[in-house]
Ligand binder design. Sequence first.
Ligand SMILES: Cc1cc2nc3c(=O)[nH]c(=O)nc-3n(C[C@H](O)[C@H](O)[C@H](O)COP(=O)(O)OP(=O)(O)OC[C@H]3O[C@@H](n4cnc5c(N)ncnc54)[C@H](O)[C@@H]3O)c2cc1C
Length: 216
Amino acid sequence: MGRPDFAALIPALAAAARAAGPPQIRNAGTLGGNIVSNAPTGDALPVLAALEATLVIAGPEGARREIPVSHLLAGVEMLRPGELVGFVRVPLLHAPQAFLKATGRTGPGRATASVAIVLDPARRGVRCAVGAVAPMPLRPLEAERWVASLIDWDGDRGHLDPQVSTAFGEYVAAACIPDPPPPEDGSDPVPLPPAAIHLRRTVAALARRALGRALA
Ligand SMILES: Cc1cc2nc3c(=O)[nH]c(=O)nc-3n(C[C@H](O)[C@H](O)[C@H](O)COP(=O)(O)OP(=O)(O)OC[C@H]3O[C@@H](n4cnc5c(N)ncnc54)[C@H](O)[C@@H]3O)c2cc1C
């Protein structure tokens, strides 16, 4: 039996693998290493979060257990001594996916922000995860549900009003980079720092474009 065409089956993961680092890193780095090192800038991580992947953990003497990848990334569960990530289990959704990454420089670089979008037509769902802006990938669940309710799942999915895509990007960005909480003493609200405003714009643009690509 031939090797499955992973790039066709999980296109967002393939896009993240192609975007990760310079060629030397892409040749030598593994998915297991990307997961276990759990860097906020790990390119595979938002894709696995959006896919709701699970990890099959292999322990000593053939022991096995399965955990959601989000549990490991959030530190809810950890690898125990002698355990390895043996397999990564992802659902095959047979629908378009996209992964986009922004870096602070031309050429290969660590993400300043990244967005993975996964369509799930069977459940009429859009799943989105934002990487690099927080210690672990963030899922803007309300924005996901909102945009999924506006997609014509039975007709032309690509026919989404551009204003909806723009609003989706802003919704995702505001959910992931929220305004500072209002001061408790009732004084004027603290404005978002310029760097956070820039990051919000970056995430909004990535989410809008990634949605557009997935729906095209
Ligand atoms: C110059 C440079 C640029 C980089 N750019 C990027 C980038 O753009 N995007 C990105 O995502 N990453 C980047 N990286 C980080 C890194 O190379 C990747 O995260 C890569 O996927 C790590 O995989 P590895 O197999 O080399 O892991 P290793 O570095 O060998 O391992 C990392 C850790 O995970 C543990 N580990 C590895 N595999 C398993 C397993 N199966 N089960 C349990 N534990 C395990 C190791 O023991 C170690 O503690 C970059 C690194 C460098 C040096």
